[in-house]
Design a protein around this ligand. Structure first.
Ligand code: GDP
Length: 137
């Protein structure tokens, strides 16, 4: 059993597809162990994406992730990290496989609908930034 962090980004929340995205997880063997709607401050977004600090798109990424509410989820299941990445599709929705969340709901590489942890170690760090232990059931 493994845990990963999923975030429904501001573009998908604005489109009203929270339920459709959550349903993809539930119907593909990922249990929602915690769920929270919030809006990040600039500081929270900068901290969350600290590993991308030196990348040219960092400022745009922080601006986008603070532009509206997000929905964070802890997903639990066998191979949860890889399974979630598979369901998400490629970072650039134009390159994402048909039937993936990004192919179906994302507009661009910035507004790409979802975030998903890329390793179990990063998942644990990311989950701890958003959820207290008692909120994960
Ligand atoms: P992910 O794990 O598939 O989300 O991709 P990364 O960890 O590489 O990048 C984190 C996020 O930064 C992505 O989801 C995009 O929103 C954004 N991003 C990545 N690459 C680019 C890029 O080349 N340009 C822009 N504008 N944003 C990017």
């Amino acid at each position: 059993m493994q845990r990963t962090l999923s975030i429904i980004k501001p573009d998908a929340v604005k489109k009203g597809v929270i339920g459709k995205i959550a349903s993809r997880f539930e119907t593909n063997g990922l249990r929602i162990a915690a769920m929270k709607k919030t809006q990040w401050s600039r500081r929270e977004a900068e901290q969350f994406y600290a590993i991308h600090k030196e990348r040219p798109f960092f400022a745009d990424l922080v601006a986008f992730m603070t532009s509206g509410p997000i929905v964070a989820m802890v997903l639990e299941g066998d191979n949860a990290v890889a399974k979630n990445r598979e369901l998400m599709g490629a970072t650039d929705p134009k390159k994402a496989e048909k039937g993936t969340i990004r192919a179906d709901f994302a507009d661009s590489i910035d507004a790409n609908a979802v975030h998903g942890s890329d390793s179990p170690e990063n998942a644990a760090n990311e989950i701890a930034q958003i959820f207290a232990g008692f909120e994960i059931i």
